[in-house]
Design a protein around this ligand. Structure first.
Ligand code: HEM
Length: 524
């Protein structure tokens, strides 16, 4: 870029003053008052004191003092880009979602990739799950697929999320580690929550040290529903498949990169898009019905399980292309607010207890983080289709109802009204006792962990083993190490033995598996 050629003159202290010209507007305060000197505060005489009367200084410092907003409580470190989603074929038989009705249709999109545990300033190649959050600005409202680069999750029920995240992030007394899984609290939690063992195998795999965002898969994780115009429901799992394929670095490279360039992933995405080398993913759907759900040996509502692709093949239905970097990191990447409950007509939830909890959590946290209910009006969050509601007021109300009418029904003939094309929830039948319980098919925590491990190539299996040895060797409490290995005995005895050998400990007895049926209340 060419350097700005403003007319320059020097002030009495040698400071540089650049003067507005036809190409460069006058600098003003936030009130629009033109500023003649942005280099010196207002003083009595040459040496001060600085005067309280200097409203221009006061406004500038006031705004600066409040620049920081709370970082996200999880997924604090992220990087976003704009692009579009293109539909390959009409899916009208499966879903009424407008985005899937017309082949070739392009829908604007914004994607934010992230790490989960590290703080905003942590390094890109920490061993961690990556967030893969997609906002589609459809013609019938914003649809967010708020996913990760791993298809399963640590826990089955959102009530455990604060515990999981507390255990994973920095320990409360020492304030470290910032972004590593290698610490006692994290592995203590994992070893006490056997449902997390499947995810533990995935995070010890190379997927948690991706070469770049461009080489990552993405997953919606939960089972959702697609609903067609006749009100028929089909279960769906969402997959993003990178056109470039999947690639990771090895641990040795990750450690060096973290030191040499903590911004490695964000730089990679920025550079690729700036160079016109636009990354691309295909959206894949796994579609299945109630009959499959009833036959499947796990509960399809359990987010710690996948639906194997051999059982339900993936149908590729469109492509996501990222072709534009942000203009302003804060306005777009920081202020974007994804939410699992942002769904459109033709999409619906299931009773997955993790998803149900997320549907509460995101709005709540975003009110705190972005400071007002009106964050939905920020350009990055606002729909790109017409929207009209009667919500009003609150901090920063940009979009209040105009005129007399702020309610409906009303007799004035103005303002928005209900539409038959509006969102209708799928009329799922739900009944049962009110209990703190889990589904009967939520109890097998090891079979899919075993399947994942044996499906890996020999070198990938070695990486998993090495990662377990490395991470657990950083755990100071011997009983926690042994407890993790006792679960691995149930996953794969050879793996458990190799990890035990690597740690120099005796192979512990297998952990007691969960009961088959866990709908009973615990003994009082
Ligand atoms: C943020 C994914 C579970 C609470 C995020 C983000 C992603 C994500 C990708 C970052 C969004 C962004 O880039 O701005 C997931 C996945 C989950 C999961 C895939 C499990 C399948 C949960 C649960 C809760 C939760 C169970 C709480 C009950 C949050 C919160 C944020 C967040 C509070 C910060 C949002 C913000 O400040 O804007 N999650 N999450 N997540 N998630 Fe989750």
């Amino acid at each position: 870029a060419e350097l700005a050629d403003a007319s320059i003159h020097r002030g009495p202290g040698g400071e540089t003053h650049q003067v507005a010209s036809d190409d460069m507007p006058a600098l003003t305060s936030r009130q629009g008052i033109p500023i003649s000197d942005n280099q010196n505060s207002l003083k009595t005489g040459r040496r001060g004191p600085t005067l309280m009367e200097d409203f221009l200084f006061r406004e500038k410092i006031f705004h600066f003092d409040h620049e920081r907003i709370p970082e996200r409580v999880v997924h604090a470190r992220g990087f976003g880009a704009h692009g579009f989603f293109e539909t390959y074929e009409s899916l009208a038989d499966i879903t009424a979602a407008d985005v899937f009705q017309r082949a070739g249709e392009r829908t604007p999109a914004f994607v934010r990739f992230s790490t989960v545990a590290g703080n905003k300033g942590s390094s890109d190649l920490a061993r961690d799950v990556r967030g893969f959050a997609v906002k589609l600005y459809t013609k019938e409202g914003n649809w967010d697929i708020v996913g990760n680069n791993i298809p399963v999750f640590f826990i089955q029920d959102a009530i455990k999320f604060p515990d999981l995240i507390h255990a994973a992030k920095q320990e409360p007394d020492r304030g470290f580690p910032q972004a590593q899984t290698a610490h006692d609290n994290f592995w203590d939690f994992i070893s006490l929550m056997p449902e997390s063992i499947n995810m533990a195998l995935w995070i010890m795999s190379d997927r948690t040290i991706p070469r770049s965002f461009r080489f990552m898969e993405g997953f919606g994780v939960h089972t959702f529903r697609l609903i067609n115009a006749d009100g028929k429901s089909t279960y769906v799992k969402f997959h993003w498949k990178p056109k470039l394929g999947m690639q990771s670095v090895v641990w040795n490279e990750a450690v060096k990169l973290n030191g040499a360039d903590p911004d490695f992933h964000r730089r990679d995405l920025w550079d690729a898009i700036q160079a016109g080398d636009y990354p691309e993913w295909e959206l894949g759907l796994q579609l299945f019905d109630d009959a499959f759900a009833d036959e499947f040996e796990f509960d399809i509502l359990d987010a710690t399980k996948i639906i194997p692709e051999e059982r339900v093949p993936i149908r590729r239905v469109g492509r996501l292309v990222l072709d534009r970097t942000v203009d302003n990191f804060f306005a777009e990447t920081e202020q974007v607010a994804f939410h699992t409950a942002n769904i459109v007509p033709g999409v619906d939830f299931t009773n997955d207890p993790l998803l149900q909890g997320r549907n509460f959590s995101y709005l709540d946290t975003q009110l705190k983080r972005l400071g007002t209910t009106n964050f939905t009006d920020l350009p990055i969050n606002a729909p790109k289709c017409p929207f009209h509601s009667f919500t009003q007021d609150g901090h920063m109300a940009f979009n209040n109802p105009r005129g007399r009418v702020n309610y409906e029904p009303n007799s004035w003939g103005t303002g928005p009204r209900e539409t038959p094309k509006g969102f209708r929830s799928f009329a799922a039948e739900d009944a049962g006792e009110k209990r703190r319980a889990r589904g009967e098919l939520f109890a097998d925590h090891y079979s899919q962990a075993r399947q994942f491990y044996v499906s890996q190539s020999e070198i990938e299996q070695t990486h998993i083993k090495d990662a377990f040895v490395f991470e657990l060797s950083k755990v100071e409490t011997p009983a926690i190490r042994a407890r993790v290995v006792s679960h691995l005995v149930n996953v794969d005895k050879t793996l458990a033995q190799m990890v035990a050998d690597g740690l120099g400990i005796k192979l512990p007895a297998a952990a007691e598996p969960a009961r088959e049926v866990i709908t009973d209340l615990p003994p009082s």
